[in-house]
Design a protein around this ligand. Structure first.
Ligand SMILES: [Zn+2]
Length: 132
């Protein structure tokens, strides 16, 4: 009978990497956008102020959208440098407060000077999934 080789410690459901951030070095990009309240997908921002299009739900009222933030942040991990993408839900967990009203400068003032170590898990495409 064939015995399956023992797999390395690997999360079955998702391949996530854990890293402890020693320092937040710089915020490379900062974007604020509308997202569909129903499915949380990012929606296109047209000139029309009443409706917009969600890739999953189709045409929706813009009043049914919330705001989202996506920041690309260079961090120091051990002796390496990584650029991680963080959404508003992750930033909220790191800073312990709502971030949706912040702009790039106010976010930088807090994030770059944070004086605690933050351990995160991120996916193969460097999107932070959660705070450990
Ligand atoms: Zn949607």
């Amino acid at each position: 009978m064939a015995v399956a080789p023992a797999t390395l410690e690997q999360d079955e459901e998702e391949e996530a990497v854990t890293a402890t951030i020693k320092e937040f070095e710089n915020i490379k990009t900062f974007e604020k956008f509308h997202k569909c309240r129903k499915c949380q997908k990012r929606v296109s921002q047209g000139a029309n102020t009443k409706i917009t299009t969600c890739p999953r739900c189709g045409i929706i009222k813009i009043t049914n959208c919330g705001l989202g933030i996506s920041a690309s942040v260079a961090v120091k991990v051990e002796n390496r440098e990584l650029t991680l993408k963080m959404g508003d839900q992750i930033l909220k967990k790191i800073l312990n407060h709502e971030v949706i009203d912040m702009d790039d400068k106010t976010l930088a003032e807090e994030l770059l000077f944070i004086d605690k170590q933050v351990t995160v898990t991120y996916s193969s495409n460097y999107i932070v999934k959660d705070i450990v």
